[in-house]
Design a protein around this ligand. Structure first.
Ligand SMILES: NC(=O)c1ccc[n+]([C@@H]2O[C@H](COP(=O)([O-])OP(=O)(O)OC[C@H]3O[C@@H](n4cnc5c(N)ncnc54)[C@H](O)[C@@H]3O)[C@@H](O)[C@H]2O)c1
Length: 439
């Protein structure tokens, strides 16, 4: 079977992992991006994002993987072009497709006589049809042709490489036998089952799945908040619920809510789309509202101890929206630190990977600490926002040794209550009893 020549437009979390994995299984892959620094880094053997296993995979696939700023170099000979550019939210919550259509126009200019264009970005239902029509008008009279495929991505940052190498399923929306056949060849050497369907259904699978997971998180957080009040323990409740195979134990961890580049914007986009068509999905609206409040719920708890934060030293452990990534998009740390600084607190932060990115928002306003003990030094309270392994494995005695007033507000339920009870500290988490003496 002839190697497939693939171009991947957009070399971020999704595009770069796609390019590396498809090169790894033997295809000839060229990644194209508009970000000069990114392409320079990639061409000099570096990896512009933190993603476990990705630098190794890029290194291993170097022979049949290259990067360019030039669409013609990437697309002129390509059989298949993946589009993996951002689809951020607009102010009204709808998905902004300007990068997708900019990429479409660049592909139309640069491509050869015929190719399959695969939309991997998360796009509203019907976008594949719009992209197909747009290509048809751009290519009219040139004798060149495109078939558009929807192939949404389900990887999670932090485990992206493994998620793509061993996807539970690959969703492929096609409108022709030819497109189906070439997509089967693209994925032939990966072990994942391929689920073929029509383009619009494939686009809907992505939104329906992400929104379902966001709902699950919002739901368990609301149950946790009620546990707080009524004296139940959310860990036990989630364990009991998760043992039911109809519910499953994933995405049942209570905390300070979801962030990242997907759930926040995808919930808003589906809500916008459903409202636009007069079929508002009320459950999704509720998840959005619940999450917005949950993200800053530790601040409300902190106010039980300090009516105002002026002059307080606050340690923040974890900035990334979740462990395993340096990504800060929609991370709760941004909301929480903004509130603390505005209230006059002296904020000391620690994160193993995301501090450089955080400096873009707060170059000087917070103190960046190289270790957890350094962040905790003389602090009046500590907020735990990301459950990094270093946080999970921390000896709780360190809070007592380092902090002026060991008040620990844990937004990720990192520690066992029995263990925390052995130390002279006050410990509050989500949906569990408070340990220590609340003032
Ligand atoms: N990050 C995730 O976990 C994840 C998971 C599933 C789906 N998605 C979806 O995948 C899409 C991409 O997300 P991401 O997180 O990889 O984004 P990203 O911001 O990490 O990367 C996007 C890349 O596209 C480049 N780009 C922008 N315009 C371009 C153009 N015209 N031509 C070529 N490159 C261009 C940017 O420079 C950047 O390098 C989004 O629609 C997102 O919703 C993301």
């Amino acid at each position: 079977m002839r190697t497939i020549r693939i171009a991947v437009a957009g070399t971020g979390y999704v595009g770069l992992v796609t390019a590396a994995v498809l090169a790894h299984v033997g295809h000839d892959v060229v990644g194209v991006d508009v970000d000069e620094e990114r392409v320079r880094t990639l061409n000099s053997g570096g990896c512009p994002i933190f993603e476990p296993g990705l630098p190794e995979l890029l290194e291993e696939s170097r022979e049949n993987l290259s990067f360019t700023l030039d669409y013609r170099e990437a697309c002129a000979d390509a059989d298949v072009v993946f589009i993996a550019v951002p689809t951020p939210e607009r102010v009204d919550g709808s998905a902004n497709l300007k990068y997708v259509f900019a990429s479409v126009e660049q592909v139309a200019e640069a491509m050869g006589p015929s190719c399959v264009v695969v939309v991997k970005s998360t796009v509203p239902i019907g976008t594949g049809d719009r992209v197909q029509r747009h290509f048809e008008s751009l290519l009219a009279g040139t004798g060149r042709e495109v078939e558009v495929v929807a192939n949404p991505e389900f990887l999670s940052q932090g485990t992206a490489v493994q998620d793509m190498l061993h996807a539970s399923r690959v969703i492929i929306g096609v409108e022709s036998e030819r497109a189906r056949e070439i997509m089967a060849r693209v994925y032939a050497d990966l072990p994942s089952p391929l689920l073929f369907m029509e383009r619009r259904s494939a686009e809907m699978v992505k939104y329906a799945s992400n929104n379902f997971l966001a709902l699950k998180i919002a739901y368990i957080n609301e149950i946790a908040n009620l546990c707080d009040l009524l004296g139940a323990d959310i860990d036990d409740v989630a364990r009991g619920m998760g043992a039911d195979p109809r519910i499953g134990d994933k995405f049942l961890r209570a905390g300070i809510g979801y962030g990242g580049s997907c759930f926040p914007k995808d919930t808003k986009a589906l809500h916008w789309l459903s409202s636009f068509h007069d079929r508002e999905i009320k459950t999704v609206k509720a998840a959005i509202e619940v999450n917005a409040v949950q993200k800053i719920s530790l601040i409300k708890r902190a106010h039980r101890y300090h009516s105002d934060f002026e002059g307080l030293t606050v340690a923040v452990l974890g900035l990334a929206f979740k462990p395993g990534t340096d990504d800060l998009r929609e991370a709760p740390s941004l909301d929480n630190v903004a509130i603390l600084l505005d209230a006059g607190a002296d904020v000391r932060v620690w994160d193993p990977y995301a501090m450089d990115n955080f400096k873009r928002f707060y170059p000087d306003e917070v103190t960046y600490c190289a270790s957890i003990p350094e962040a905790l030094a003389d602090a009046d309270m500590c907020l735990i926002l990301t459950e990094w392994p270093d946080v999970l494995s921390l000896d709780p005695a360190v809070f007592v040794e380092q902090m002026r007033h060991p008040l620990v507000l844990d937004g990720r339920n990192c520690y066992a209550l029995d263990e925390m009870a052995r130390h002279a500290l006050v410990y509050e988490s989500i949906g569990r009893r408070t340990v220590g003496t609340a003032r």
